[in-house]
Every structure is written in C-alpha cells, then in structure tokens.
Write a protein that binds this ligand. Structure first.
Ligand SMILES: *Cc1c(COP(=O)(O)O)cnc(C)c1O
Length: 502
C-alpha cells in the first residue's frame, strides 16, 4: 500500500480508555494560581470580601498542570481529523484545508482586533469582508451578500426571513415553502422557524425533483422553493431551469442550499440557474474545518431585488474617500431585516475563505470541482459491484450507495458498515441519509484525497463487506476504547455530566 493509503488506514485510536479528568483529580492539586499582589500587597481577604466568596469550593477537578496537559494531549491524539486521513462524510464536505488559510486567520492584525473597533481602525478587515463578498458573489452569480450568519442553518433562516420581507413589501402573505424529499434536515426546520409551512415534493426515478409533482403543488400561496443542487443524492437537478421558471411564474422565490459548493465551483453558478437566494457553507467548501460544533459561516447571497432587505450593518466601499481618508465603512440596507449575528459574523472563518479563494484563483477553484467530481465517480465505479448504486449515472461531488442487498444477504446494515470502517482506520461515511435510499451510504471523497487513498478506502469497504459476509460485523468497532454503543439510548438518555460519586 502507498504512503497515502497507509497513513489513511493505520488505526488511529488506542484501545485503552482514558480516565475522565475527575478520576484524575486529587484533593489540593492545582494547575493555576491567581497572580498574587506581591509580598506587601493586600491578601485575598482584603481583595475579595468574605460576603462575595463562596461558602464551599466549586466541585472542579483538581489536577496539576502537567497532568492536565497530559490528559488533553492524549485525548487529542485519539481524535480522527481531516489532517490525519480521509473523511468521506457525504453532504458534510470534510476535506483537508490548506494550512496557509490558518496562517492568515492567525495573523495578529486580524485575530487580535476587537469587534467594536471603529471603522477607521479596521480598514484592512473591512477590505477583507468587501473582497470576500465580491468573490463569493462572482462565484455564485449573485448581486450582494451578508456574511453574518454563523452556519448553514442560520443562513437558511436568514434567507427565509428575506423571503418574508420581500413578500411583505409587496403586500402579500404567503404560507408555504416547497422542499424536495431528499433535502437536508435543516431545510424543513428552517422553514418552520421562518414561519412557513413545509410542502414536500417527491423525487422521481432519476433521483431528481419530479416536475409534474412540483407543478401540482404550485400556487400563489407558495413563497418559494428550497433546492439543493447537486442534490443530496449527488445528482445535478437536470430540470433546474424549468423548475425555477415554474416557481417564479407563481411569484415564488428560488432558494439555493449551497452548503456543498465543491461540485460546481468555477463551472456553473446558481445565479445563472435562476436562484434568488443562495447560502454557502464556508466551513465545508472554503477552508474552515468543522464538526464538534466549531465556528462556521453561512453567508447568504441574493439577487438585485433582495439587496435592500439584507441584514446589516454591511461592510461597504465608500463612494469617495471620506474626509477622514477612510475607504471602507458600514452601511445599513434601506429595508434591512436587521442583525442576524452579534458583531460581524465569525470573522476569522471569513478571512480563511478569502485566503482560500485568493490562493486558488479562478482556475484552481475550477480544478477543485473537477477533481471532487472525478474522485466521487471513480469510487462509484470501483464500488458498484460491492454495493447497489440506486441512481447509477455520473454523480457530482458525492455518491450514494445502498447496503440494502447486503443487509438481505448478511443482516449487516449501513450502520454496521460504518462501524466496520472505523476498524479500518477511516472515518465512516454518512449513513441513513438521504432518507429516500434504503440503507444509504453517502460517500464524499472530496478533491483533496489522492488516488492511493481512494484505492485504500475502496479496499477498506471491500474488507468490511467480507467481514459482513462472515457474520462478524455486529462486533465492530473492535479497535476503539468504546465499542458499539446503543445509539438510540445515547441520543435519548444523554448523560453529559460525570458524577464522581457514582
Ligand atoms: C451541512 C448542510 C446544511 C446545514 O449546515 P450547518 O452549517 O450544519 O447548519 C444544510 N444543507 C446541506 C445540504 C448541508 O449539507
């Protein structure tokens, strides 16, 4: 096996479990001492009067700094990450992120700036925000954007509030938003939160929106349609222009869920397909790693007729140099829906995204998309004898397999496959989504994985299937400190605290 494959398939987690920090605790040990005021200064008694002090200490773990660092360093070494190996988590685009983007985000001139600093002191930051907005709008074919939303779901809600503002400005009150049955779960949640009702439209046998079924639910009560393209089956919506026209004909707006832009970067643009609102996940496509709830950014891009409703204040390039000499400032759109984030969004995620765009350039971004699509199609062909491919035609950045046949033959489910892949040293793909596929395995190799890693991943899948055929997969994973957990129980009876007395 090649170096890339070896690195990707070496077991990354130890078998031994790490005690919790509370189990390492010993009374009286401490990692940190508040600075004293010197030998002659006031003592604690004078600094913090008795009535403001706790009667009993907070029940925190008591460990030395050395034990503290050891504990968390050991845990960090058990983490599977995009820096360690392939992370084929479909619909989530977990790809390797160039380090130069982190270097940029770590510059003191960017990282150490207070968000309330006046415009005159943050001209460079404002330049970054204005340039990023311009770059994203060019890539998506849109007129303007807000960079405030902190994630994809926050972008979706912002988009729906824009839809509502636009509708109210026309003196209308529409009630429904259409979503295909293959949509990401955040779409219906956002629609509900935005005050609309969800109307679901089914996919046809090609895995695309059934245009006939769509037309049947279209009327003047429809505020708009949310569409993911390529959809969550990894397929490009073939009738996209017809769909957009049909929704526009009843006065609805088209919303593009662009959480995963990897397949189309530099090739096609949502604006050219007829979309009015687009959200992008910078933490998927544009160089910020995510997972574990880390910071993200879900900018919302709009067509010209929605610019006046955008959240604000927005970073803008001033018409002429002010008297102060400032070239950039803040402006509130005339009919803004208001703020959707404190300050200016997750700014360092925004800086990373601009660095990513600048480093790649137009041609480089196009190559990202071409390679992402090539890698997914290579895996589709390579594994088409191992799993069923429900919609077996060229896919975009991800491919959805079905383990339904394997299940009938061996009893092993898509979830068992995922557990088995952990033993092979790979992060599992997305399973059980999209809902329209029985025992779905949604694999997104991304453009950053080499040919050797793809081969290693395919071979790992084949070994796991062989294990299933031998009836051994119910045991997986066997190489991890925590073995198979009862997922339903873990989700429903979550115990997020540790009780040392138990
Ligand atoms: C990830 C994703 C979202 C939600 O993005 P978050 O940043 O997790 O809120 C929405 N739609 C699709 C298609 C996605 O893949």
């Amino acid at each position: 096996m090649s170096a890339g494959g070896r690195a990707a398939s070496a077991p990354l987690v130890g078998r031994d479990s790490e005690p919790t920090i509370f189990e390492l605790s010993r009374p009286g040990r401490t990692s940190y001492q508040l600075p004293t005021t010197g030998l002659d200064g006031p003592g604690l008694e004078e600094l913090v009067p008795a009535e403001h002090r706790r009667a009993a200490p907070v029940p925190l773990a008591e460990v030395s700094e050395r034990d503290l660092v050891g504990h968390y360093t050991r845990l960090s070494h058990r983490q599977y990450s995009v820096d360690l190996g392939a992370y084929p988590l479909g619909s989530c685009t977990m790809k390797y992120n160039p380090k130069v983007c982190d270097a940029v985000a770590g510059l003191a001139g960017l990282a150490d700036v207070h968000p309330a600093a006046p415009a005159a002191l943050v001209q460079g930051w404002l330049w970054i925000l204005v340039e990023l907005e311009r770059g994203l709008c060019e890539l998506a074919g849109m007129a303007a954007a807000t960079l405030q939303p902190a994630a994809g779901a926050a972008g979706e809600l912002t988009g729906l509030l824009l839809m509502r503002a636009h509708e109210r400005a026309r003196g209308e009150r529409r009630r429904r938003v259409i979503i295909p049955d293959s949509a990401h779960g955040t779409n219906p949640a956002s629609v509900t939160l935005g005050g609309y009702e969800v109307t679901t439209v089914r996919s046809d046998e090609r895995g695309c929106v059934d245009v006939g079924a769509l037309r049947a639910v279209l009327d003047h009560d429809v505020a708009g349609m949310m569409l993911t393209n390529p959809n969550t089956l990894g397929l490009f919506e073939e009738d996209i222009v017809e769909i957009a026209d049909a929704v526009h004909e009843v006065g609805g707006l088209m919303y593009y869920d662009g959480a995963n832009l990897n397949a189309i970067l530099g090739i096609v643009r949502p604006g050219d397909m007829g979309f009015d609102i687009v959200h992008l996940n910078l933490h998927k496509t544009f160089a910020t790693p995510h997972g574990g709830g880390g910071p993200g950014a879900g900018p919302v891009l709009v067509a010209p007729h929605l610019v006046e409703f955008l959240p604000g204040p927005r970073p803008v390039r001033l018409a002429g140099p002010e008297q102060s000499g400032d070239r950039y400032g803040w402006a509130m759109p005339s009919r803004s829906i208001g703020r959707v984030h404190g300050w200016h969004g997750n700014a360092l995620v925004l800086a990373r995204a601009l660095a990513y765009i600048e480093v790649h350039g137009r041609d480089g971004l196009r190559r990202v998309a071409e390679r992402a699509v090539l890698n997914a199609n290579w895996l589709r062909r390579r594994l088409s004898g191992t799993f069923e491919v429900p919609f077996d035609r060229p896919c975009m950045h991800e491919v959805v397999f079905s383990a339904a046949g394997l299940r009938r033959r061996t009893g092993a489910t898509a979830l068992d496959m995922a557990k088995g892949l952990i033993d092979e040293g790979f992060h599992p793909p997305t399973v059980a989504f999209p809902l329209v596929v029985d025992n779905a395995l949604m694999v997104e190799p991304t453009e950053t994985e080499s040919y050797e890693t793809l081969v290693a991943l395919a071979e790992a899948f084949e070994r796991v299937v062989a294990r299933a055929e031998r009836g051994e997969l119910a045991e997986a994973p066997t190489t991890t400190p925590v073995r198979r957990v009862d997922e339903a129980r873990a989700a429903r009876m979550l115990v997020p605290t540790f009780d040392a007395r138990r």
